[in-house]
Design a protein around this ligand. Structure first.
Ligand SMILES: NC(=O)c1ccc[n+]([C@@H]2O[C@H](COP(=O)([O-])OP(=O)(O)OC[C@H]3O[C@@H](n4cnc5c(N)ncnc54)[C@H](OP(=O)(O)O)[C@@H]3O)[C@@H](O)[C@H]2O)c1
Length: 260
């Protein structure tokens, strides 16, 4: 299938590792010029140096999503460079918290980073997409928006706001050739998942391997997903053939969410 991605430009947030890095890599491999944003830009340069020569350029962008000045600086730079065709909204996950324990300030701080600043960044880059009558906005949430995960109240709550926002926006810009979708990762094997498993092991008498095996056994596919399996779905959503997919949330979870 011809994805029609050559000569497109993307901004991928949270691209120093994990899901964001995998998507940025996947887009670059399809010939996209990728602005890869995160705080740790040396990690971006490291993975970008391993791309094949045929890949699109990867431009590391030092960026802190929790700092509105940093967000505005990135927008200014990208708009001056001609804007982007593809935007991948991704952020770090919030810390675990039970709903009864999460403080007002936790909600406000994480909502600012994981939702308000993402909404602001997106609407700042949208005019360029609408003018070109082509755009792709893909946001990463979590399976927790469909099947809330215990002790992850901040993630379950704030990412649900992302879903409502994305669906509203999708209808507003559909006639402009801009699609807006959300991806729901289940358990994809990234460093963050390793860290979560290590934390769970330290709270129990089990080893990290036992925790990971139990977790994988609860997934119909019987294993964690690979970052490149997740990225493949994002690359398709970014592509020309995905032009009629909008206002959707798409699971990439090996069947982990139990409802239909
Ligand atoms: N992996 C899964 O199975 C899974 C499942 C459900 C939900 N999720 C969610 O999906 C997202 C990505 O997952 P992941 O596993 O790839 O997580 P990860 O390995 O922790 O990666 C998070 C990325 O976000 C960047 N980031 C964090 N804080 C930032 C900030 N203030 N400003 C700019 N960039 C920031 C990090 O880069 P720097 O530290 O360099 O800034 C990193 O590149 C997370 O929100 C995670 O909670 C993942």
């Amino acid at each position: 299938m011809e994805l029609g991605l050559k000569n497109k430009t993307a901004l991928v947030l949270g691209a120093s590792r994990g899901l964001g890095a995998a998507i940025a890599r996947g887009l670059a491999e399809e010939g996209v010029t990728v602005h890869a944003a995160a705080r740790n830009t040396s990690a971006i340069s490291a993975w970008a140096s391993e791309l094949p020569r045929t890949a699109g350029a990867v431009i590391p962008l030092q960026f802190d999503l929790s700092d509105i000045d940093s967000v505005n600086k990135a927008v200014q730079l990208l708009v001056a460079a001609g804007g982007v065709d593809i935007l991948v909204n991704n952020s770090g996950g919030p810390p675990p918290a039970a709903a009864i324990d999460a403080k007002r300030t936790d909600w406000l701080n994480h909502f600012e980073t994981m939702a308000a600043n993402i909404f602001h960044l997106t609407t700042s880059l949208l005019p360029g997409m609408r003018e070109k009558r082509w755009g792709r906005i893909i946001s990463i949430a979590s399976s927790g928006v469909e099947q809330p995960i215990a002790r992850l109240a901040l993630s379950n709550g704030i990412r649900s706001a992302l879903i409502g926002w994305s669906k509203t926006l999708a209808a507003e810009v559909a006639l402009d050739g801009v699609t807006v979708n959300v991806l729901l990762p289940g358990r994809i094997h990234t460093q963050r998942v390793d860290e979560l498993d290590a934390a769970a092991a330290s709270r129990s008498a089990k080893s990290v391997e036992e925790i990971a095996a139990e977790s994988a056994a609860g997934i119909p596919a019987g294993r964690y997903g690979r970052p490149e399996e997740f990225a493949a779905v994002a690359v398709f959503l970014a592509s020309e053939p995905a032009s009629y997919v909008t206002g959707s949330k798409i699971r990439v979870d090996g069947g982990a969410i139990r409802s239909v």
